[in-house]
Design a protein around this ligand. Structure first.
Ligand code: CTP
Ligand code: MG
Length: 180
């Protein structure tokens, strides 16, 4: 059980970290270039920038490649049980899928009339993950050998929990004004 939990978190790092890199390195031109959709609201909003997307994807990939080499001495059913080129495709598709899901999430949030930065619990935490899974499933022939059904399901359950936990800790440490 603990083994499954830790393994799931480890394998999802290339999907979890891109948004953090986007927060750090984002800014500049928004992906929607300031344009509005037919409903009169922004297509995506100022929270989705090209720089954030690019550096976010790169950050996630770098994390995954570092993980690959850290794992090497142990490697059982982790990234390093694949050849580096295959692992690279898996890691990249998780990272690109994650931020594409993040963009898709903002598109839907704007259609629902939610302002940039507003929280939409579960939705915010699951769209990026579902997109990461779908991208990896379609782009990496080795997705299903590493991501067993147990890991996929565990990811869907623990991701919202981890998110709320991380925010609560950040709140307790005084890094955030609200615990969500
Ligand atoms: N960010 C970025 N480019 C991206 C994704 C994120 O520059 N592709 C940066 C933005 O500064 C953004 C911050 O990371 O404000 C936090 O990301 P996120 O919570 O995903 O965006 P929100 O500002 O909350 O916008 P939204 O309501 O559309 O989710
Ligand atoms: Mg947000």
């Amino acid at each position: 059980m603990l083994d499954l939990l830790l393994k799931t978190i480890w394998l999802l790092i290339p999907a979890y970290t891109p948004n953090n890199f986007a927060v750090i390195f984002g800014g500049g031109m928004p992906i929607d270039m300031g344009k509005k959709f037919i409903d009169g609201r922004r297509i995506l909003g100022d929270g989705k920038t090209l720089r954030g997307f690019i550096f976010g994807v790169l950050g996630g990939i770098i994390c995954g490649v570092i993980q690959y080499y850290v794992e090497l001495p142990f490697s059982i059913n982790l990234f390093s049980s694949l050849a580096i080129s295959d692992a690279f495709i898996l890691i990249s598709s998780l990272s690109i899928g994650s931020l594409t899901g993040d963009v898709a999430g903002s598109f839907i949030k704007r259609r629902l009339g939610k302002e940039r930065g507003s929280a939409l619990p579960f939705f915010d935490q699951l769209t990026f993950l579902i997109f990461a899974y779908l991208f990896a499933y379609h782009l990496s022939p080795h997705f299903t050998t590493i991501f067993t059904v147990n890991i996929i399901i565990a990811g869907l359950i623990i991701t919202p929990v981890l998110h709320f936990l991380a925010n609560y800790i950040a709140f307790k440490l005084g890094l955030k004004d609200v615990p969500w």
